[in-house]
Design a protein around this ligand. Structure first.
Ligand code: 13P
Ligand code: SF4
Length: 399
């Protein structure tokens, strides 16, 4: 056997290539492909180039920007919003030939599903995935459904998937009579789902994918489902780690997934802020853990957080538990209000941050040159069923 030395060439593994920004993993939310010349991040002309490319494209392009995007990118968005607002905005622009989605992969997939066949959706960097969405693979969810069927509960269960999931998971939900929800309509979506199986006080169940925290927070705090009737299905354990009896007794079957950004906030963060600033209002996103949401004063989606800060009186103090780009932007926008980030350490959503100005310029200039880079296209059968679930969401009362 030949010993491997440090000078030997070692074939890089696919995951190493992913980390290096080359290669792609099309079966998951992660994927990287960026052919052509990417402008240097230090190029002082970048903002001007983005402006010129957008002007050259005119009404042919529509740029959507999620609230968690960097300032350097968000300045070029035609519309900013949370994932619900952006899904609606994408569906309302049939005249735009190109939708450039400054957000993450699952949002661009939803935009592709909701737009016409003539429209093309572009994600400036395919590495802008979502670790939470990656926590539920379609094969795992199909297996979980088989476990529910074996336990005799599948026919009394409605699947509800958070927008933060792949198109394949949304399609699964559509095929099984469920719906998609976002953090701004989760309460209405869950109530609707329970109504399909006898109401919140009946014995029907919801399989909630993939964020256990949004599912638990909404069910317990907004619908009054007892905490002990929320069970966690762990796809890495046999039968999800649950007995048939536990499944039969549960009302909410929560997928074992979470957001790596919002999952960082702790009750200690809340306590420390209250000690430091006694009149502080703690406002967190519902992707935070249940004990953090319970310790906070207010909870809501990113759009809710934006409106709450807008309406806040001058001089008021806020500790916000959501992504840092948004918190910084709000602090800058309202210098007369004291806006703090709830965590003590800096933490951006690294995948949201993959969309930077060089990638946006590269995407826009490619379109000007007649090339469509990083087009997001959902498999037609998945697109059909995911659309059924998305349309169900858009038809919910108050949507
Ligand atoms: P909303 O946009 O629904 O508030 O979700 C936050 C989020 O984590 C998006 O990835
Ligand atoms: Fe995913 Fe969390 Fe980032 Fe949103 S903030 S894209 S849920 S990892």
């Amino acid at each position: 056997m030949t010993a491997t030395t440090t000078t030997d060439f070692v074939e890089p593994t696919p995951s190493a290539l992913l980390l290096l920004g080359r290669a792609s993993d099309l079966a998951s939310e992660r994927g990287v492909e960026c052919p052509g010349a990417l402008p240097a991040p230090s190029d002082p002309e970048l903002a001007e180039r983005a402006r010129a490319a957008k002007a050259a494209l005119g009404d042919r392009v529509f740029v959507l920007g999620h609230h968690y995007q960097r300032d350097e990118v968000i300045q070029f968005a035609d519309v900013t919003g949370d994932s619900f607002k952006l899904a609606r905005e994408a569906a309302a622009r049939p005249q735009a030939e190109f939708i450039v989605f400054c957000g993450v992969h699952f949002m661009a997939e939803s935009a592709d599903i909701l737009t016409t066949d003539d429209q093309q959706v572009v994600l400036p960097d395919l590495a802008a995935g979502c670790s939470m969405a990656d926590m539920a693979a379609i094969e795992q969810v199909e297996e979980a459904w088989a476990v529910l069927a074996d336990a005799g509960v599948a026919e009394r269960t409605v699947p509800v998937t958070y927008m933060n999931s792949s198109a394949a998971i949304k399609a699964f939900t559509g095929r099984h009579g469920g719906t998609v929800c976002t953090s701004s309509n989760a309460q209405v979506a869950l109530r609707w789902a329970f109504d399909q199986v006898g109401g919140v006080d009946g014995d029907g169940k919801v399989l909630f994918l993939p964020d256990q925290h949004l599912g638990r927070n909404t069910a317990v705090l907004q619908l009054g489902v007892p905490l002990e009737q929320c069970v966690v299905f762990d796809p890495r354990r046999p039968d999800g780690g649950l007995t048939a009896e536990q499944l039969a007794d549960a009302r909410m079957i929560l997928w074992k997934g979470h957001c790596s950004v919002h999952g960082r906030f702790s009750v200690q963060n809340v306590t420390e802020f209250r000690e430091r600033i006694p009149d502080v209002t703690v406002l967190v996103h519902p992707e935070c853990k249940h004990e953090v949401v319970t310790a906070a004063d207010m909870v809501g989606s990113t759009e809710y957080i934006v409106h709450a800060l807008e309406a806040a009186p001058a001089g008021s103090s806020w500790a916000i538990g959501t992504e840092l780009n948004l918190v910084r932007r709000l602090a800058k926008r309202y210098p007369d209000k004291h806006v703090h980030y709830l965590d003590s350490t800096v933490c951006f959503c690294s995948t949201m941050n993959r969309i930077d100005l060089p990638h946006l310029v590269w995407a826009l200039e490619s379109l000007v040159d007649g090339r469509v880079p990083n087009r997001i296209v959902v498999d037609p059968d998945d697109a059909h069923w995911a659309r059924v679930a998305l349309d169900q969401m858009l038809a919910l009362p108050g949507a």
